[in-house]
Design a protein around this ligand. Structure first.
Ligand SMILES: [Zn+2]
Length: 116
């Protein structure tokens, strides 16, 4: 009976891990334009690599062509990064535009003043 009990307990703790807010924030980082690195939830020393462009993951499930949670997470992260990037670009554009317009005008005015 002991192994069954152990299995049940482990299964239950996995369930809570998947739903608790503390575990809803797994370790993921962007390593390239379309690549992410996710730390394994079960093995702390294992890291899986995700390719969101080709929908691939280096984990056991991913190698079988299954959509694993790493890939789901990487796709979410990719969307987040893309939004953040767009916001950043839009913000920069709005800030930089007046400067790039005034600079050539100022140069032209200077050149005009010196008769160039
Ligand atoms: Zn995976």
């Amino acid at each position: 009976m002991a192994p069954t009990d152990d299995e049940v307990t482990r299964g239950a703790s996995d369930m809570t891990q998947a739903t608790t807010p503390a575990d809803a924030k797994p370790s993921i980082r962007r390593t390239g334009r379309y690549t992410f690195e996710t730390k394994s939830r079960t093995r702390a020393d294992v890291t899986h690599t995700q390719d969101v462009l080709h929908l691939k993951c280096s984990c056991e499930a991913g190698e079988k062509g299954l959509r694993c949670w790493h890939l789901v997470l990487a796709l979410q992260a990719e969307q987040w990064y893309q939004r953040a990037e767009e916001q950043y670009k839009a913000h920069n554009k709005a800030r930089r535009q007046p400067a790039t317009i005034t600079r050539p005008a100022g140069m032209a005015a200077l050149q005009e003043a010196f008769g160039a």
